[in-house]
Unconditional design. Structure first.
Length: 294
């Protein structure tokens, strides 16, 4: 069996690599400098490699040390997260949600206090998840999902359909002289990474031929793209619910009086193993009521 380093040695290694100093690491770890140095030497002896070069009074991580650090850091982070989750298991009123960042920020958060007022004993935790995952592996009680209602081992509850609109800043519209849909073939188009075909679909429905509908800067999140629009960087296709406040405030404007209903929708997904949980059921009833009112 290959001998394994202790967690203490790995923590000392990661801390020294981050600070480049045994002194600062000893303060962070609440250990003596000699104890930190001893753990580094033990780790180097076990691995039979030099993790640091001793240059005057500073430690410079070696190439081998840098490679090892890239593997060690996620292990330590995962161990810390796992420990925190286990320690929190005593709280039976935790609700761990996987959410889409933009939907959570602009739709869920403004309404969430109404749920907490009805259920003050429930603590809701949030984590960003952009794609489906395995509930048997990930520690979530439910997920907010955009797509189709297909999730193995779980039940999908329809929340909202999505209407998308074309938006830009008033200044961009004026300077680019945008008056009709065909004018968009010559302006900068902003794209959402997970929806690369959105502009091609818009032009196709409008009967407009654009040579390269996929060209233009890409953004991973709608909120970032909305800010880019407000900063006069181009025209974007955005969900109406996301930009309602900005449209009302006049920081951005809607181009043309039309919208397109997305093929996908937003769903609350509950794994079968959590279906009988009282706080999961309470949250499901609440959010479905909110969505119906919407």
């Amino acid at each position: 069996m290959i001998p394994m380093p202790s967690v203490a040695c790995l923590q000392a290694f990661e801390s020294v690599a981050r600070h480049g100093s045994v002194t600062r690491s000893s303060q962070e770890l609440n250990l003596t400098q000699s104890a930190v140095s001893r753990q580094i030497r033990q780790l180097e002896s076990l691995l039979d490699i030099s993790l640091f070069d001793r240059i005057r009074k500073r430690l410079e991580i070696t190439d081998a040390g840098r490679l090892y650090l890239n593997d060690v850091r996620p292990i330590l982070t995962g161990l810390e997260d796992a420990t925190n989750r286990v320690m929190a298991c005593g709280d039976t009123n935790l609700l761990n949600l996987a959410v889409l960042p933009t939907f959570a920020t602009h739709w869920l958060m403004p309404r969430l206090n109404r749920f907490l007022q009805k259920h003050p004993d429930v603590t809701v935790n949030f984590a960003s998840k952009l794609v489906p995952f395995d509930f048997r592996v990930e520690p979530f009680d439910a997920s907010i999902h955009y797509g189709l209602p297909n999730w193995p081992g779980a039940t999908s509850h329809h929340l909202l359909d999505e209407d998308t609109v074309l938006v830009c800043s008033a200044l961009f519209k004026k300077t680019q002289r945008i008056k009709r849909m065909s004018d968009l073939v010559r302006v900068r188009l902003l794209h959402q990474t997970t929806r690369p075909e959105a502009w091609a679909e818009w032009f196709d429905k409008a009967g407009i031929n654009k040579a390269h509908p996929l060209c233009g800067p890409r953004f991973e999140q709608f909120s970032m793209m909305a800010q880019a629009v407000a900063c006069h960087l181009g025209v974007a296709i955005l969900p109406r619910f996301l930009v309602e406040n900005q449209l009302a405030a006049g920081t951005i404007v809607q181009l043309f009086n039309q919208s397109v209903r997305s093929k996908n929708s937003y769903y609350l997904v509950v794994p079968e193993a959590k279906a009988s949980s009282s706080h999961v059921s309470a949250f499901a009833r609440w959010i479905l009521t909110e969505a119906k009112a919407e």
